[in-house]
Design a protein around this ligand. Structure first.
Ligand code: ADP
Length: 247
């Protein structure tokens, strides 16, 4: 049982929601990841017993920096492997896949928006999308242009990242994350580098693009202002039980 906070127009409603496992698109069970501490001991930064998301849903996870949220997203994306546990995305059990298989699954089905944009600095906005598409073996120049148009920077397709504002670079990231038509979008502090007006616009854009593309969205952030823009949000401490290995 996880406490999901639902925003209504008038007030915050706190309600306990037993998530329906029969319909879940993302299902995580007994997921643990530890890192060594300087002392010779280790500590769990992720210890998630049960976490599910329905297809097409949008959820924001709120928690302080250093709490383990990025590690959680990196585990879901298959960038790192857990110590134990399972992560099922659709019909795919990520934890049974080899690293190249996980890379392929990510290229095909998962979009990832990072706080530090990780754009290829020597490539134009358009080429950043085309390179991402090439990773998935489907380069579609027309679709890439459509995506840049969708995020409102069509006229900047030939600009290098260094020639774009921070907000425009973020838009390239959103377009790139959508370029493989992902079923799951992960966003890690997606507005961390933006001023508050750009942050609001960027979150609304991310939400509506995911809605239009029927893409399940999971956002993590320490920023209450971002969290409040989601109808459903949950505290990281409700999801993960963090403690030292010796506890
Ligand atoms: P958040 O995203 O909530 O800020 P992180 O997942 O980045 O938190 O980090 C959680 C904890 O795990 C931090 O204490 C961090 O120092 C530690 N950590 C993250 N990555 C590594 C790593 N590769 N090796 C050791 N410790 C790590």
């Amino acid at each position: 049982m996880i406490q999901i906070r639902e925003q209504s127009k008038d007030k915050d409603v706190i309600k306990s929601t037993a998530i329906d496992n029969t319909k879940s698109f993302l299902e995580i069970k007994d997921l643990r990841k530890s890192y060594p501490l300087g002392t010779g001991n280790s500590h769990f930064v992720v210890d998630v017993k049960n976490f599910t998301l329905d297809p097409g849903s949008q959820l924001a996870i709120h928690g302080p920096s250093g709490a383990g949220k990025s590690t959680f997203l990196n585990l879901i994306a298959g960038i790192i492997k857990p110590d134990t546990g399972s992560i099922r995305i659709g019909n795919l059990e990520m934890t049974t896949l080899s690293e190249p298989e996980r890379d392929l699954a990510r290229a095909q089905d998962i979009g990832y928006v990072f706080q530090s944009f990780h754009l290829l600095q020597g490539c134009s906005a358009l080429d950043n999308l085309l390179v991402a598409m090439a990773m998935n073996g489907k380069v579609d120049r027309k679709r890439a242009r459509e995506l840049l148009s969708l995020v409102g920077i069509k006229e900047k397709e030939n600009s290098l990242p260094s020639e774009l504002s921070i907000g425009q670079q973020q838009r390239v990231c959103l377009a790139r994350a959508l370029s493989n038509n992902p079923k799951l979008m992960l966003a890690d502090e997606p507005t961390g580098n933006l001023d508050s007006a750009n942050a609001s616009r960027s979150i609304e854009l991310l939400r509506s693009l995911c809605e239009q593309n029927n893409c399940t969205l999971l956002v993590v952030s320490h920023d209450e202002k971002i969290i409040n823009r989601f109808e459903k949000s949950v505290d990281w401490k409700e999801i993960s039980d963090v403690h030292n290995l010796n506890d």
